[in-house]
Design a protein around this ligand. Structure first.
Ligand code: PHE
Length: 343
């Protein structure tokens, strides 16, 4: 490029700029003339070799040319960028009327509901009827009728949600339904009661303020602990789908006497490493049970000399966690499809 014909070149380049329709091509042209090694830049850099009088004149010409070109390029760049954005917007417009076919997602029962149905049907097979009861209870049903008097320290174990301004509370277990059933029906009784229960406790990997239980109650003239053992052993074998060794460990509930906790022999234990499920004890606790306390029969006006019975309470989440080796109860309530789809 020669400084002497610079005006013609500027003129030609302006025409060229006019015909460019692409930002990238325009950018290339800008670099060709005005870039660090651009033609005009080089001219300006080389002016020093001229005598001062000529340098001034040529410098003025070259600077003017630079100004004109960069002006033209900037103007064109603005126009191109604007139309570029417009065409992008046009191309990316969402067609709300178009139909998108989702692969059909089939719904299913929540694992807790599934387990409840499953457990209920096992007990139905063993001759039990199904019942349910209210989740909001009075102190009488949740505690007193179950031989848990007011101010008794055992109430501390079951931190309770009381409903302000009323005499009501959220049931802490499904056992109050025993009372409703016995109030409304005479023996023989053989029922199973699935339901949701509430305790005022912080949730962590093994506790949740809302969880589920299944209550069992049998009242007849001649039932004994052996019947209770038989039924629970049958249930456990069917539920876990294998014959498991079980043990009855003495325990304490106000509404049963004697009371026991049922443990199953840990089937996860591996002799070489620490077992997180049973903490190396070899046994896993799965439910509470016992023979119905005579005071409970008294509160529903049953003849406690004539009748006896047994009751048990199973924690659904707990038994499911053991069966499927789930290590955090909160997984049941998070609605994470990755977790739920496994069942
Ligand atoms: N209601 C007891 C609990 O929630 C369980 C239980 C039920 C124990 C019936 C004995 C008999 O811990």
């Amino acid at each position: 490029m020669n400084i002497d014909n610079i005006e013609q070149i500027v003129e030609k380049t302006i025409k060229e700029i006019g015909s460019i329709n692409d930002v990238l091509i325009l950018r290339r042209l800008e670099i060709k003339y005005l870039g660090r090694n651009g033609l005009l830049t080089k001219i300006l850099r080389n002016l020093s070799k001229y005598h001062i009088s000529i340098r001034k004149k040529k410098g003025a010409i070259a600077n003017k040319a630079k100004k004109i070109l960069s002006n033209e390029i900037n103007k064109k760049m603005a126009i191109l960028k604007k139309s570029d954005t417009i065409s992008k917007i046009e191309n990316e417009t969402i067609d709300c009327s178009s139909v998108f076919y989702f692969p059909f997602l089939e719904g299913s029962f929540h694992p807790i509901m599934n387990a409840m149905y499953n457990i209920v049907s096992i007990f139905q097979g063993l001759g039990f009827f199904v019942a349910d009861g209210p989740e909001m209870e009075t102190d009488w049903y949740n505690f007193e009728a179950l031989n848990i008097p007011k101010n008794h320290s055992v109430r501390d174990i079951q931190d309770t949600f009381y409903i302000q301004g009323t005499e009501k509370l959220l049931r802490t277990h499904t056992s109050p339904v025993q009372i409703h059933i016995m109030e409304n029906q005479n023996p023989p009784i053989k029922v199973i009661v699935p339901g949701r229960v509430y305790r005022n406790e912080h949730s962590d990997s093994t506790h949740s303020p809302i969880f589920h239980q299944i209550e069992g109650l049998v009242v007849e003239e001649n039932v004994n602990f052996t019947d209770l053992k038989f039924i629970l052993k049958k249930f456990i074998d069917i539920f876990f789908d294998k014959s498991l060794e079980i043990r009855f460990r003495p325990s304490y509930f106000q509404f049963t006497e004697p009371s026991a906790e049922v443990d199953i022999k840990c089937f996860y234990c591996n002799k070489n490493s620490y077992c997180k499920i049973c903490k190396n004890s070899g046994w896993i606790e799965i439910l509470g049970c016992g023979m119905v306390h005579p005071n409970v029969f008294k509160s529903v006006n049953y003849d406690y000399e004539k009748y006896n019975g047994y009751a048990f309470g199973i924690g659904i989440e707990r038994i499911l966690m053991i069966k499927h080796r789930i290590n955090d109860i909160r997984l049941f309530y998070e609605n994470n499809l990755g977790f739920l789809k496994q069942f």
